[in-house]
Write a protein that binds this ligand. Sequence first.
Ligand SMILES: Cc1ncc(COP(=O)(O)O)c(C=O)c1O
Length: 389
Amino acid sequence: MLSDRIQTLSPSLTIAITMLAQDLKNSGKDILSFSAGEPDFGTPKRIKDEAIKAINDGFTQYTAVPGIIEVREAVAAKLKRDNDLDYTAADVIVSNGAKHSLFNLFQAVINPGDEVIIPAPYWVTYPELVKYAFGIPVTIETDDISGFKITPEQLKAAITDKTKMLILTTPSNPTGSIYSRAELEALGEVLKGTDIIIASDEMYEKLVYDAEFVATASVSEEMFNRTVTINGLSKSVAMTGWRFGYLASANKELIAVMNKLQSQSTSNINSITQKAAIPALNGEADEDIEMMRKAFAARAEEATALMNEIDGLSVKKPEGAFYLFVNIKDISDDSIEFCKELLQEVGVAVVPGIGFGSEGYFRFSFATDITTIREGIRRIEKFVKQKRA
Ligand SMILES: Cc1ncc(COP(=O)(O)O)c(C=O)c1O
């Protein structure tokens, strides 16, 4: 009865852990959750006010499929101002979150058997969406020693005549690593003379600590032409529930087919969200964004230091995003088992590294208040001590 296509999808480990944590909570256990992938801050007032205005103005009907011209112009202006990228409104499609942008992109370019190179650890959704398009995910392993970044040599070795795309996530979920300009240029050199598309997921662009963010498409004209830039407002402006993501590409044919796909599937995204996104893109929420960034930066600093004080665990301080990707190899080679025991014994929910394609780690989200973070790490220490005793 079911399609072959739907059976390619695996259930999300993140959701499995969240549900187990919820069950334990419902049974009265004291559970602290560090599995969330969203900011613990509310959406800035300026943005909420704009949404209320849009409702009161009656801006409640269908809009153009890729988004109203004003919001696509605001995206193009943001990409110019922040990232020095020369896209126009016609190069932009606004979708229901960056997840939807990626879905459209994969459906538009992947043929059965096409290979998509995905550096691991990766955001859990990529391989699933690639498989759903009948593509083949090809992972490149990275580790904390290499700073969780692929090298030009690794990329070269992974390319075959079936390679269609390379996915880059900078800053990365789950590791927080950021590719420098020189590193992006070096990867670009390897791709010269090929038709390989780069999908550059830049969702965490605004959440950067002691590092410089460089947009992949900005490093050269060649990289601009091969890169599809993906971004959104979920993480940087605390707008996860609003569903505002976008992609931009200089390839007119690609934009046209993705518009066609979106027109036959979801049509435009919520009209109110589009209006509310304009001040966010225009920099009118920048003070709020900076407040959040500073809070995340302080937590990154303290959580990394506390975690590294635990004998047997180690973690590299993230350069961006809001996760620690903690090495547990001295203690366990089964991250699912480790995370289950951690949850059951000391009531701490984190996500097993294997869910991100890298065994021997867990992901700890610090998108929660510092008191809870301190208590959570104290409990992790207690658990690790027990395991090592
Ligand atoms: C790397 C990365 N890209 C994209 C997304 C999707 O964001 P959204 O669909 O909310 O825009 C997420 C969310 O967890 C993410 O971590």
